[in-house]
Write a protein that binds this ligand. Structure first.
Ligand code: ADP
Ligand code: GLC
Length: 486
């Protein structure tokens, strides 16, 4: 049994801001089912300690650069038997608010110290320095919050192999030289352009990109996109180099098929399947009722569940929907999200203009997310970039046809409803190329037209629902990668 230490700054259902949390629970579970011995390591945020049942303190360690020792707590990931190790440093993690900041004040000012501490603890566990009698074979890190761990491990000859997965290159953990100096990192070793330095700044992300034995990201298309100027954010040279070495791979995410299963989903009005598709309409009616929209079967209901940030093309959606509603088309928009105040405000304005066509819920609501997936006809994801995207995968499972921009994981999972693709029964959604509201608008009109043709629509729903979005293949791809780490 191979020992894999899986490090992440968010894990569903304990703490979540986005898809990273979903993947950090469902991938370890899938790997364990594939015969690996996986331990998850996560900061002991206040919410996590409150949510978990039994927790034991199993070790304590003093880490370089930090005055107080930290404790390692042990529990299990809810609804699984995957062991969870929590890094307990109350000064850093026991506070109200999100994992990276709180809504009103933005990022926590001590994030560099918080995640340097987390990375140091990960490295110590990976090197079996805590007397836990568990020597990792592979350390699998995720996103910038864990980026210093592969850098720290690179200093040991007898270290485990390291994998670093990029879930979103837009968030890099960039800090000043002063911050670097405060973290007790050796400048001769790390402060250079092939190390952690990025144009005179400390880059946590580069800890993963420069030092991990292998870098992965969450779709094959995004793996290519980040090697180019538009999505590389200045790291495209390094990433192209890693790709040339054969050390950059794109592996598409899977989903937790128990959590997102229309046949058993406890949150939705009526469970359904390809054999009981009529029940999906009951969810549509329930959704319209919930949001006090006119209950009309003929209206095309567009769902949107998202962090409200520019990445997700929220501005394009606002423009396109306003235009389409001005023209009097028979659609309804149901939107669940939170994020940038400007987008929240603009959505409220749109609802005020079209109260019987637009419904919004600002906030985070897991149950409502399931109800929208179940009740909507179309799921909107006009992202500017999308490393993988999980919501389009949930949508496929619920027969809610994704309408997406052709980028990243959306490009790899969605097949446009062209005539050819419909004929060979591969079409499972709608796709457009350019990030502009005109193309989005035209594509929504294509969906409106197609919705008038129930037989075709039904066929597309069945194709979508039959698509394999499980972890089966992707977990095997990670195992093959662990096998071949050099
Ligand atoms: P990202 O990680 O970039 O936000 P993903 O599509 O990978 O995008 O994952 C987003 C996850 O967060 C999904 O599980 C989605 O359902 C969830 N989500 C986003 N916003 C909300 C919200 N307001 N309420 C409930 N779930 C949300
Ligand atoms: C990031 C990406 C998203 C991806 C998720 C999980 O948050 O923005 O596209 O699905 O990570 O890998």
């Amino acid at each position: 049994m191979r020992k894999i230490l899986f490090a992440s700054s968010e894990v569903y259902p304990l703490i979540k801001t986005g898809g990273l949390a979903d993947v950090s629970a469902s991938l370890p579970i899938a790997l364990q089912q594939h015969g690996e011995d996986v331990r998850i390591v996560l900061p002991a945020y206040r919410q996590c300690l409150e949510a978990l049942g039994e927790i034991n303190t199993i070790a304590e360690i003093k880490l370089d650069g930090f005055h107080m020792p930290v404790e390692i707590l042990q529990s299990t990931l809810p609804d699984s038997d995957v062991i969870l190790w929590l890094i307990n440093s109350p000064h850093h993690f026991d506070r109200d608010g999100g994992p990276y900041g709180n809504h009103s004040d933005g990022d926590w000012p001590d994030n560099a110290a918080r995640f340097a501490l987390f990375s140091r603890a990960i490295a110590a566990i990976a090197m079996n320095q805590l007397g836990l009698d568990w020597q990792a074979d592979v350390l699998h890190c995720n996103d910038w919050q864990t980026g210093l761990a592969p850098a720290l491990l690179s200093q040991y000859a007898d270290r485990p192999k390291t994998v670093f997965t990029i879930h979103n290159l837009a968030y890099q953990g960039l800090y000043s030289r002063d911050v670097f100096d405060s973290l007790d990192l050796d400048a001769d070793t790390f402060w250079h352009s092939e190390g952690l330095e990025f144009y005179d700044q400390l880059s946590f992300m580069k800890g993963g990109l420069s030092y991990a034995d292998h870098v992965t990201t969450v779709s094959p298309t995004y793996a290519q996109e980040i090697c180019g100027y538009e999505f590389g954010y200045g790291l495209e040279g390094l990433l192209s180099y890693r790709a040339e070495q054969g050390r950059l791979t794109g592996i598409i995410n899977g989903i937790d098929e128990q959590e997102w299963n229309p046949e058993t989903d406890p949150y939705i009005n009526q469970t359904f399947s390809t054999k009981k598709l009529k029940n999906k309409l009951k969810n549509k009616a329930a959704l319209q009722q919930h949001f006090l929209l006119p209950v009309k079967e003929q209206s095309l209901v567009l769902g949107l569940i998202s962090r409200l940030v520019a990445q997700k093309g929220i501005d394009l959606t606002l423009e396109a929907i306003a235009h389409i509603l001005e023209a009097g088309a028979n659609i309804q928009l149901v939107c669940l999200g939170s994020g940038e105040p400007d987008f929240e405000h603009d959505l409220r304005v749109l609802r005020a203009r079209f109260p019987d066509k637009v419904a919004i819920h600002i906030g985070y609501d897991e149950a409502l997310a399931h109800q929208i997936e179940a009740g909507a006809d179309v799921f909107l994801m006009p992202s500017r970039f999308e490393p993988c995207g999980l919501n389009q995968l949930y949508s496929l499972r619920y027969g809610t046809l994704p309408l997406v921009r052709n980028t990243g994981g959306l490009a790899d999972t969605i097949v446009d409803a062209t005539e050819d693709n419909r004929r060979d029964e591969t079409a499972n959604g709608f796709k457009f190329e350019k990030s502009n509201s005109e193309e989005l608008e035209q594509t929504i009109y294509r969906a409106i037209d197609m919705h008038q043709r129930p037989r075709i629509w039904r066929k597309m729903m069945i194709t979508a629902m039959a698509q394999d979005v499980s972890w089966e293949n992707s977990a095997s791809s990670y195992q093959a990668l662990y096998d071949n780490l050099a």
